[in-house]
Design a binder for this molecule. Structure first.
Ligand SMILES: C[S@@+](CC[C@H](N)C(=O)[O-])C[C@H]1O[C@@H](n2cnc3c(N)ncnc32)[C@H](O)[C@@H]1O
Length: 418
């Protein structure tokens, strides 16, 4: 059985060396000391590999293995902020909108590269998890089946498709990330009469991934009804030959979040609708009501949840209006309240660097970080179990990441939380 040892009065120069090794190799103090002693005692050869601590089976419930990820169609980095919280390290990001790039730089300290169509595969480092909230576009399934019957390239092999999903598929095919973590609007499955989903599913299947899709409503985490499809995939060819035991998370237990919890106490008057706009919205809604349609503004119940924040919220704010009493028109949410409604942490709420219009667009387009974090924790559990199969992880410091994706000789991905 392993013995505990406490060593007092360690000389300063040794402490300095241990700290340097820890920072350099991203290891715990214990790992550095054990490795040094194993090598000094001749129990292990000094071959540049490091024996990394691995938790007992019981501890995998809470253990978050380090992993690397890339962030495509990154927007303002909803994926980034969530995955960084669970021990993920971003190695590459791509987003072409300059305003979103500005926010991304301010929040995540790197500027994403631009148009994904211009990205060279060789510029994308190896990674464990590919994250992407890709834009939803129709596919020409007729084109696909015609090509199929003619025996010519189809699906991800067809360079002429030009669809952004195929850019993604090309990257997946070349880089073979062990895990894919994709997000899209709920109607991805019904989009273009189900053809869009059919092509996406078939392509991922053709690429040899286990596919786990699920529609999740963010209302369990934030006071907003926001249904999105999350697609988590695992590579059958390498890391996951057996179907992993992946399950999507349930929302946290306890009382559901309420809209009033995200409101600012004293928002600027400029967010109150002008009487003219308020009158117009009421007239417009009444017109639709008389025609039997349900369209109209969304005056929220402060003890409930809002409708879905959309990228067009900047136009009139009509989908989510905050009541302000009988004698005053309602107001729209402030950008800061939108950040809260999406579940972005305080450090981001306090650092909005673009105009209100751009901020509304960016939050309306974003993923909900608390949901991504919850799904990410389940992905982490699968990665941890995978690593557990060996009992411990033997890594060559500086080149491998959690699931064994090899780096291109650049900075180490492997790191360990203490
Ligand atoms: C649904 S949003 C994703 C938002 C992101 N997940 C977030 O949390 O902010 C899709 C993003 O893809 C970007 N995009 C669309 N076409 C692109 C292209 N060709 N290259 C790079 N980014 C693109 C859009 O500007 C938009 O920000």
């Amino acid at each position: 059985m392993a013995k505990q040892m406490l060593i007092r009065d360690v000389p300063d120069e040794l402490v300095g060396w241990i700290d340097g090794e820890r920072a350099d190799k991203r290891m715990s103090q214990r790992e550095v000391v054990i490795n040094a002693m194993m090598i000094a005692s001749g129990k292990r050869p000094d071959n540049g590999t490091m024996l990394i601590d691995f938790p007992s089976a019981k501890a995998t419930e809470t253990y978050l293995p380090p992993f690397s990820f890339i962030d495509l169609f990154a927007g303002i980095g909803g994926f980034h902020s969530a995955l960084a919280k669970i021990n993920g390290e971003c190695r590459f990001s791509c987003e072409w909108d300059v305003h979103s790039q500005r926010t991304y730089k301010a929040w995540h300290h790197r500027t994403p590269v631009g148009d994904i169509k211009d990205v060279k595969i060789s510029d994308i480092p190896d990674h464990d998890v590919l994250a992407a909230g890709f834009p939803c576009q129709p596919f020409s399934i007729a084109g696909v089946s015609k090509r199929q019957s003619l025996g010519i390239a189809h699906g991800f092999d067809c360079a002429t498709q030009g669809n952004l999903f195929f850019q993604l598929a090309t990257i997946i095919k070349a880089k073979r990330p062990p895990v894919l973590f994709l997000e899209n609007v709920k109607n991805l499955k019904s989009h273009d009469k189900g053809r869009t989903w059919e092509v996406i599913h078939n392509t991922l299947d053709e690429l040899d991934y286990w596919i786990f899709p699920k529609v999740i409503d963010a209302a369990g985490w934030v006071p907003q009804h926001r249904e999105r499809v999350y697609i988590v995939c695992f590579d059958k060819r390498a890391a996951f030959p057996k179907k992993p035991d992946f399950v999507f998370p349930e929302p946290p237990a306890g009382p559901a979040p309420k809209l009033r919890d995200i409101l600012e106490p004293d928002p600027d008057q400029k967010y109150t609708l002008t009487p003219h706009l308020w009158e117009y919205l009421q007239r417009y809604a009444e017109g639709h009501r008389l025609k039997g349609n349900g369209f109209g503004f969304g005056l929220v119940d402060l003890d409930g949840v809002s409708r879905t924040l959309s990228a067009r919220y900047y136009k009139d704010g009509s989908e989510i209006l905050i009541p302000q009493g009988k004698n005053r028109p309602p107001r729209r949410l402030t950008p800061r309240e939108c950040a809260r409604l999406m579940g972005f942490d305080k450090e981001f709420q306090d650092n909005i660097v673009v105009s209100d219009t751009q901020a509304y667009r960016q939050f309306g387009n974003a993923v909900c970080p608390p949901v991504v974090e919850a799904v990410g924790r389940e992905i982490s559990r699968v990665i941890a179990e995978k690593l557990m199969e060996n009992g411990c992880v033997l890594k060559r410091a500086g080149t491998q990441s959690a699931t064994g994706a090899r780096g291109a000789g650049d900075k180490p991905v492997l790191r360990k939380s203490n």
